[in-house]
Each structure stands twice: as C-alpha cells, then as structure tokens.
Write a protein that binds this ligand. Structure first.
Ligand code: NAG
Ligand code: NAG
Ligand code: NAG
Length: 555
C-alpha cells in the first residue's frame, strides 16, 4: 500500500512538472510573438515617416562611416538621382552615362579563333565597347551597377557583350576615382545587383566583402583592376607587350610596388613558379622530366613545382626532383562530366594549382610541353592569360593564373554544375574564364597541322605542346603519329627532333626514365605494320629504326 501511494504521488509530481513547463513554454511563445506583433505594427505605422535607404546603402554603411560626403555612381540602374542623409553624411547619387554596345556585337567578335600575329600584317583591332566620359566621374566613392544575367542557368559561362560592358564600365570608374597615383589610392567600393554577380575574371572573390541576396559588395584591389582595364577588350588582340603599340605602361602595375618596397624586394622577386601536375599513371613522368630540364635550359629564375598524386612512385619522384622539380603530393580530383575510366576522368586535378597561395602567380604547363625560350616575362600577365585553341576558347596547356583559395572553392562548386565540352579541365575552365587574355601562339605552339603535312614549324617558338602520341612513346627516328592515319594531323618530324635534342642534353641518370616498356614497343611496331600494310604514302614505316631504346626495354 505504502509503496503504491508513493508511486501515485510520484506520478502526480511528474504530471504537474510537465504542466508547469508546458505553460511556461506557452507563455514564452505568447510573449515572444506578442512583442513581434507589436514591433511589426510599430514598423508598419512608422514606415511613411521613416526615410528608407536603398538596400545597397545599408550594406555599405559601416564601411564608409565617418565620411561627410559620399558620391555614388549608378550604372545601368534606373533609380532616381537622389540625395540621402545618414548619421551626418550626405550621400548623393549620379547616373553614369554611356552608349549601349551595339546589339550586333557577338562574343565571337571579341574572341576570334585566329588573329594575325605576324609583324608583317596590320595590328588586329577589337570592336568598340563604348565607355563613359571617365573624367566626368572622378570623385566616386561607390559604384552601384545592375549586372545583366539573362537566361543564365549556371551550366555554361556567360558570353554576353553587354554584361562585359557593364563590368568594364564599373572597373574603369573605380580605377578613375580610386587610382590617384601608383602609390596613392582612394578606397572605392562596388555594389553589383543581379543573381549572377559581377564577372569573376574582373572582380575577384578575394575582394568580395559580403553578399546579401542578389547584392554583392566588393572592395577591389585597385592594382590588379588597373592592369585589367589596360588589357585588350578580348582575345581580339594579343595582350601587350607583344602587341605592336609599344604601350607597356601597364607592366608597372603588375607588381605590388608598395609591398615590394616594404619587403625590400625588387619586382623580380615576386613569388612565382612554373607548375605541372602528374596524376593517375606514370605515363608522363618522362615528359615532366624533360619539361623541367627545358625550363632550366631556358635560364629561368623561377621555382619549379610538380603536384602529383599517390600513383607516382618514389623512384619516379627521385628522378623528377633530380630534374629540378620541387614535389608536393595532392589528392586527384575527378571530373564530374567525364566517363568512368576515360582518358580525362581525373583531369580536374589541375585545379589544385589555385591552392598554391604562397605564390603570387603561377604559370601552369602541361607535362607534354617543352620550353625553348625563356618565358619568365609571361609572369607579368594577369589571370587568365593563355594562347588560343579554337573558336572562342583558350588552350589550358600553358596558362598564367593567380592562386586564390576562394577561387579554388568556387571552381570546386562550379565543377558539379558547369558542363565541359570535352569532360576535361580545358572545357571547364573556358566556361569559368570566358574573358581571357591572349598570349601569342608561340608560347604554346600546338603541334597540329590541319590538312597541311608540311614539315615546317616556325623557328622562334617559345614552347611546343606535343599533341597526339608523345615523342617518348615513339622511336626517336621519326614522329610515330605518322603511322596512325587518325593521328597524322599531329605528326611533325621537326618538332619530334627538337624534343630529342632536350633528351640528349639530359644527364644519363634522367634519360633512363624515358625508356620503352614492352607494351610501348609492341604498340609502336603494331602501328608500323598497319601503316606498312596500308602503304601510307608518307612512308615513315619504311624508315630503318636505330633507336637503342628498342634493345633496352624497361619494365
Ligand atoms: C642560357 O644562358 C646561357 C649562358 O649565359 C646561354 O648560353 C644560353 O643561350 C641561354 N639559353 C637561353 C635559352 O636563353
Ligand atoms: C587528361 O589527362 C590525361 C592524362 O594525364 C591526358 O592524357 C589528357 O590529354 C588530358 N585531357 C585533357 C582533355 O586535358
Ligand atoms: C602547307 O604549308 C606550306 C609551307 O608553309 C605551304 O607552302 C603550302 O601551300 C601549304 N599547303 C596547304 C595545302 O595549305
């Protein structure tokens, strides 16, 4: 009995506890909501009297506190020109006038597949993109711009000329007001309105202060922006100083002189490196060794860094280091749009170069490239500078990039959405960097000859990109792309010979990394036989092979 009554007492106690706590909860919710309701009522009744700032102003307010007079330029924004007062500051707005770029202009007009690079032709010109009269807008603190982004799905890059115009107008206004002299800058801000935000090629994610809804607030680094507004409007001209105009003033802006002075560095001591990436197999180890040797032979003064995944053996790494590379292990990155086990399944590993933030600039070079002339002068170019590939696209085999962690994260996010025309990094990067700067084709000479089997290649090449079967996968006697009909467009004995000259200059210790395996040897001979049976008219299959590597197969 006693125990039962104790038990029911316990139950009663528990019940009352539950009742008490739930009423407390109800009370809290009630009062909480009551206060909210009161607030909302108060706000709504107050609204007509309270002055409402535009949204961009609230976003920028804390950045500009204390300044008495603030001038705002409106670009592609239809708001009235009005004046706001705020904590003792007067904020005035002004419309920035400029003519809309001709609707006839297409992206292809600014990024033509081919342009004359030869000094004997006239300097190619770019179509016009009208700018405002900049000297009328010299004292802006903020530029607010509505960025067009029609039909954007996020799946492909935007190639919209008007969007480029708006971005360039903002960039030029900011430079005009902010860049007083190379050493004296005035802080300026940009606010972009629109779902797509500004072009990341011009406005770096590193400079993004905040993003609220479709409003993006930037405090751009003027040094980099200044250089970019001095670049050609597209790849319709070669980025200077290779152009004919001889205007090299912008070179000055590529170095952070204030920082360099502090560090007592000369502009030649920016942190810069040539970088290549090896992943998934050892097929390109020999290529990377020859590449390092060729860069060293070009008397470069920059770091050589090789990123590799776990598939590169310790023995290979020893050779690569001996060849001149510093090495660093990475995890490879799968391309979301490549087929399983396809040749480019892991090509997004290249994106790791954006993580190398201890360098200011990186020149990425594919491991099937050789350098024949010093290319250190390319480090003055901004991201992303490259040679042309086809259509409006650049070739990702040689690129100048600027490492940035937020850019790397952005690339990772985009890699799941943005489609790549070839499943490889080149297709992907061309959708992210639709606005790029053209380097002369001689810095990444693509060994491909459309329909013309001429043996000639220009003799002033800075670098050759060995497309097709790689030289170390052939006998040194001739370019074995000749033996495969489908690959004859890549065949060139002169370029092949140039690769073997670099090989010959290598220490023997390194040459051993370029041996033929049984499989490679078998494959060469298989295609030689097929070519002989087909009696291919170039008759390379008839050349007697003297390459000693055929007798010293490696495993
Ligand atoms: C590198 O320097 C050496 C010695 O000064 C010179 O002979 C050679 O031509 C240079 N190589 C290149 C590619 O400029
Ligand atoms: C992808 O990487 C592989 C192996 O490293 C290479 O053979 C191939 O050319 C690359 N493909 C593209 C599209 O970059
Ligand atoms: C191929 O190139 C050579 C030398 O550059 C030139 O003389 C010849 O006309 C070209 N042939 C074709 C079919 O374009």
């Amino acid at each position: 009995m006693a125990s039962r009554s104790l038990n029911s007492n316990k139950k009663l106690f528990t019940l009352s506890l539950i009742l008490l706590s739930s009423s407390l909860i109800i009370l809290v919710i009630f009062f909480g909501s009551k206060y909210n309701v009161v607030d909302i009522l108060k706000l709504e009744t107050d609204q007509p009297q309270v002055f409402k700032n535009p949204r961009w102003f609230d976003l920028i307010e804390e950045e500009i506190n204390g300044k008495k007079k603030i001038k705002v330029g409106l670009v592609n924004v239809n708001d009235e020109e009005s004046e706001y007062k705020m904590h003792g500051s007067v904020v005035s707005t002004v419309h920035v006038h400029f003519s809309h770029v001709s609707k006839e202009r297409k992206w292809e007009d600014f990024f033509p597949e081919w342009i004359a690079e030869d000094q004997n032709y006239d300097l190619p010109t770019c179509p016009e993109i009208p700018m405002p009269r900049l000297r009328d807008y010299r004292d802006l603190d903020i530029v607010v711009a509505r960025v067009p982004c029609e039909g954007w799905t996020g799946k492909a890059g935007l190639r919209d000329v008007f969007r480029l115009q708006v971005n360039l107008v903002v960039a030029n206004l900011l430079v005009e007001s902010g860049w007083l002299t190379p050493d004296v800058h005035q802080t300026v801000y940009a606010v972009f309105i629109g779902d797509c935000g500004p072009m990341p090629e011009l406005f770096r994610c590193d400079d993004l202060l905040r993003k609220v809804g479709d409003h993006w607030v930037y405090k751009p680094e003027l040094r980099r922006l200044k250089q970019k507004v001095l670049m050609p409007l597209g790849s319709c001209q070669i980025a200077q100083p290779y152009g004919k105009t001889g205007k090299e003033a912008w070179r000055y802006y590529s170095a952070d002189h204030a920082r360099l002075k502090k560090l007592k560095y000369s502009s030649f001591h920016q942190r810069e490196a040539y970088v290549t990436v090896l992943h998934s197999s050892e097929a390109y180890v020999c290529g990377a060794i020859a590449l390092a040797q060729s860069i060293i032979q070009s008397n470069s003064t920059r770091d050589l860094l090789l990123l590799h995944d776990e598939n590169i053996s310790p023995k290979s790494l020893t050779g690569l280091r001996f060849a001149g590379w510093k090495t660093r292990q990475i995890e490879r990155i799968r391309s979301h749009f490549a087929m399983k086990d396809s040749y480019n399944e892991w090509n997004y590993s290249k994106l790791r170069i954006w993580m190398l933030t201890w360098y200011d600039k990186v020149i990425f070079i594919d491991s099937d490239v050789l350098v024949f002339e010093n290319m250190d002068s390319l480090f003055v170019y901004p991201q992303l500078s490259a040679a042309a590939n086809d259509k409006t696209l650049f070739n990702s085999g040689v690129m100048v990039i600027e490492p940035s962690l937020c850019m790397f994260e952005d690339l990772m996010l985009k890699s799941f959405k943005v489609e790549s025309y070839n499943g490889g990094d080149q297709g992907f990067l061309n959708e992210v960097f639709t606005w790029w700067h053209r380097l002369p084709s001689k810095v990444n000479f693509l060994k491909i000859f459309n329909g013309n089997k001429s043996e000639k290649i220009p003799d002033d090449l800075s670098a050759i990109h060995y497309l097709g079967l790689k030289p170390w996968m052939c006998y040194r006697d001739y370019d074995c792309n000749w033996d495969m009909k489908a690959r004859q467009v890549f065949a060139n004995d002169k370029a092949h010979e140039k690769w073997w000259q670099v090989y010959d200059a290598m220490p023997e210790k390194l040459q051993q990394y370029c041996g033929l395996t049984e499989h490679m040897n078998w494959r060469i001979n298989k295609w030689r036989r097929i070519a002989r049976n087909l009696r291919l008219p170039d008759e390379h299959w008839n050349i007697a092979v003297t390459d000693p590597r055929q007798y010293n197969l490696v495993q």
